[in-house]
Design a protein around this ligand. Structure first.
Ligand code: SF4
Length: 154
């Protein structure tokens, strides 16, 4: 399976392995059992079952709180990444796991047009100013990561 994906053009697979004993779960072990034969990069992230990674745009069931008001904080995720779902859906960012804010679909438009769409640009300009009132999910999102602005194409 991994090699089929690499042969199709993928260059890296990142797998979250959830186990409280830091052991590989069987399905992950299965993927990497013939590691020397794998033709691409596979990264395994060891996670605890109850790891907390923020409220994932307010959508995480184990989020302990929803923000009462939007954070006044820059978010660069939609400037640094483009997420494409299995059916071509392009959600706003990786935190939007339920695809509540759809920016387009790779089956209906090319990725460059989606990336440079007025809607994407508009949301980015709000987020760059630290204004998270631009979407319903950004308003309640607690993402704090602030990667470097260097090299970002707005
Ligand atoms: S603030 Fe908005 S764009 Fe940034 S991670 Fe949260 S939901 Fe995504």
């Amino acid at each position: 399976m991994a090699n089929q994906l690499f042969d199709a053009g993928l260059n890296r697979i990142i797998i979250d392995n959830y186990n409280d004993e830091h052991e590989l779960i069987p399905s992950v072990r299965d993927v990497i059992k013939d590691l020397s034969l794998i033709r691409g990069e596979v990264i395994i992230d060891y996670r605890l079952k109850n790891d907390f990674f923020g409220n994932r745009a307010g959508q995480s069931p184990n989020a302990e709180f929803l923000l009462k008001k939007a954070l006044n904080l820059i978010c660069l995720r939609p400037l640094m990444e483009m997420v494409v779902g299995y059916d071509g859906t392009v959600p706003l960012c990786c935190a939007d796991g339920l695809w509540r804010v759809k920016m387009g679909n790779a089956r209906e438009a090319n990725l460059k047009d989606i990336w440079f769409s007025d809607e994407f640009r508009s949301i980015r300009s709000y987020l760059l100013k630290g204004d998270r009132n631009c979407t319903e999910i950004c308003k309640v999102c607690d993402a704090l990561h602030l990667p470097s602005l260097k090299g970002i194409l707005v």
